[in-house]
Design a protein around this ligand. Structure first.
Ligand code: FMN
Length: 134
């Protein structure tokens, strides 16, 4: 696992919506926007499954994910990859469910996707693009 810090963490926390990429076992890609996202620890991201369909199906058969986050002001961009676990009960699920429901009762808060960060790459255009930073 790798821990976010400094600028990477700042850009993550500033980003309101992140594209979440998954793939089926046979390699069919999928990407969907996600906003119920929290960096709960430096190496762990929580995402609430409110309306996931293909994303959830993919995670059940291939539990890896990629996200990117981009800061319009500084133009910095980072990609994160990680391993996931799906939780539909327990203290972590209940904590995030209550937090999401406090924002709006309409959110179904079906399951918590826990992402353990395994890699971070630079996606800022330029000579560092694509380089593994963590
Ligand atoms: C700005 C925005 C934020 C969203 N945030 C979430 C989210 O945090 N959790 C979620 O389950 N769906 C969220 N959605 C809805 C999913 O992206 C949408 O249901 C999508 O169709 C799911 O795709 P899938 O079938 O590929 O899983 C959001 C949609 C938008 C446009």
């Amino acid at each position: 696992m790798v821990a976010l810090s400094g600028e990477i963490k700042e850009v993550f926390n500033k980003t309101k919506v992140m594209p979440m990429a998954t793939a089926s076992k046979s390699g069919v890609p999928n990407v969907a926007p996600m906003a119920s996202i929290q960096l709960i620890a430096d190496d762990t991201v929580w995402i609430m499954d409110n309306y996931m369909v293909k994303t959830l199906e993919n995670l059940k058969e291939n539990p890896v994910v990629a996200l990117y986050f981009y800061d319009q002001e500084t133009k910095r961009c980072f990609q994160v990859k990680g391993d996931t676990e799906i939780k539909t009960s327990g203290a972590d699920y209940e904590k995030f469910r209550d937090q999401v429901k406090a924002k709006g009762h309409k959110y179904p808060a079906k399951s918590l996707i826990v992402i353990k960060i395994t890699d971070v790459f630079e996606c800022t255009p330029g000579k560092e693009a694509g380089k593994k930073v963590l």
